[in-house]
Design a protein around this ligand. Structure first.
Ligand SMILES: [Zn+2]
Length: 236
């Protein structure tokens, strides 16, 4: 494996880790959609990731991490989430603004700064959007759009961290940990009735919000494309 991944390689590993974590097949097409890049660009970089030992190609042409590649990707993703948590909790930057900030600084940090940040966030286990910083604690949950009227829900995560979506979710009053009841749900809007009032989001945004629901809807066969499509560049 190469001594260290380039910034471009790290960005790919980050997106690929997310695709895998969200349960989407790790294919060139999904990487291209997630990163808003053309297929030839992705093809070329995937070739480099294979050559450098991070990724391998399955007989069916889909991609998989090598052991070292998965470790590297997991580290990059968890570092990104840790920085987001530092920006919200220590620097008090609103959570709908930290994803892009973290993208800008994550590749330029020294190990010493990283260690200091990690100490500063204390025992926080997720990024401000609900994604795990430590491994093995991800609760799968259901998509808010699938939950029936009358069910109790707790918001677990915002799956798509595109900045425009995070602004929308904040304006709607949603945040990880918000608890309430689905009081209305149709193909246009979904409403969560909580102690602090009604929170309404569009159906397509509700397809990007993971919740713990009781009763829980049956799991989806296909993952909605809202998870990867955005006018913004998509990253973890
Ligand atoms: Zn995040």
């Amino acid at each position: 494996m190469a001594a260290d991944a380039t910034v471009a390689e790290q960005e790919y590993l980050e997106s690929m880790f997310w695709i895998d974590e969200a349960g989407l097949p790790m294919t060139g097409a999904n990487i291209a959609r997630a990163m808003q890049l053309s297929a030839p660009t992705v093809h070329e970089m995937v070739g480099r990731l294979i050559k450098d030992g991070y990724v391998e190609r399955n007989p069916d042409k889909s991609l998989a991490f090598t052991e070292g590649g998965r470790e590297k990707a997991s580290y990059i993703v968890r570092r990104h989430r840790m920085i987001e948590r530092f920006l919200t909790d220590v620097l008090k930057i609103p959570w709908d603004e930290v994803h892009e900030e973290a993208e800008r600084i994550e590749h330029a940090m020294s190990p010493v700064l990283e260690e200091r940040m990690r100490a500063a966030i204390g025992d926080a286990t997720t990024c401000p959007h609900g994604h795990p910083i430590v491994e093995g604690i991800r609760e799968r949950g259901s998509l808010l759009a699938d939950v029936e009227v009358g069910a109790d829900v707790v918001v677990l995560r915002f799956e798509n961290e595109a900045e425009e979506l995070l602004h929308y979710l904040m304006d709607a009053g949603l945040h990880p940990g918000l608890a309430g009841k689905v009081s209305e749900s149709d193909k246009d809007h979904v409403t969560i009735k909580a102690d602090d009032g009604d929170h309404v989001v569009t159906y397509s945004v509700a397809e990007t919000v993971s919740v713990r629901a009781d009763p829980a809807p049956p799991p989806r066969a296909a993952i909605p494309e809202q998870l990867v499509l955005s006018s913004d560049r998509y990253g973890r």
